[in-house]
Design a protein around this ligand. Structure first.
Ligand SMILES: [Zn+2]
Ligand SMILES: [Zn+2]
Length: 209
């Protein structure tokens, strides 16, 4: 029996290993906060500390569509609500309501999943896919909140944080070859990039910080 998210061996019948459960728990707690923070990223440069918007005498910049998409119906809220509905369906429960502001819906869906994490990690057939998708969603959101300029993307951080894979997006900053995970600090020399980019991350020593 192996973890359906990271394939680590399990000592009893379950869907997720303790590390993946912890990671999922933390991400479900963080996502509603990240959702709120995204509203500060709607305009490019908003996070550069230019001072109060009203004092910056430049024409308004266009809205960032990637941030808008994540905040709109079909973005974060839909992924969380779909998983909550799948979970409730698997338990024979009714459909959860999808009402109120998107902010409230994100919070309700994330809470609904978090409160059922014990059952999900033991029994939910979709737990592995759910953990992986939410890890990716959380990484994407972190990247949107990261004010660094767009650079070459090399893959997701494969560092093992006590059983939970970090999963934050990794980029090569312009003009350098230093790839360092902004979430956990793991460094990746250039010879590891191809492995990261292809997702063929297999060697345990490779993920050592
Ligand atoms: Zn796992
Ligand atoms: Zn990392």
């Amino acid at each position: 029996m192996n973890c359906t998210a990271c394939t680590a061996p399990l000592d009893h019948d379950a869907q997720l290993c303790p590390g993946c459960v912890r990671g999922l728990d933390v991400r479900l707690a963080e996502l509603p906060v990240q959702y709120l923070l995204l509203s500060t990223q709607l305009r490019p440069g908003a996070a550069r500390g230019d001072g109060p918007v009203a004092l910056v005498r430049v024409p308004p910049l266009p809205v960032r569509e990637d941030v808008l998409d994540m905040r709109a119906a079909g973005g974060m809220v839909t992924m969380l609500e779909d998983w909550r509905e799948a979970m409730q369906n698997a338990r024979g429960w009714g459909r959860p309501a999808r009402t109120g502001s998107i902010e409230r819906r994100v919070m309700a869906a994330a809470r609904g999943l978090q409160m059922n994490l014990d059952w999900i990690s033991e029994f939910f057939q979709g737990a592995g896919d759910m953990a992986r998708e939410i890890r990716h969603l959380s990484g994407q959101t972190a990247a949107l909140l990261d004010p660094a300029p767009p650079t070459l993307r090399v893959g997701d951080c494969a560092a093992d944080l006590g059983g939970d894979i970090c999963g934050a997006p990794l980029r090569v900053p312009a003009g350098t070859t230093d790839v360092r995970c902004r979430r956990c600090g793991t460094e990746y020399p250039p010879h590891m990039w191809m492995t990261l980019a292809t997702g063929a991350w297999a060697t345990p020593e490779g993920a050592a910080a």
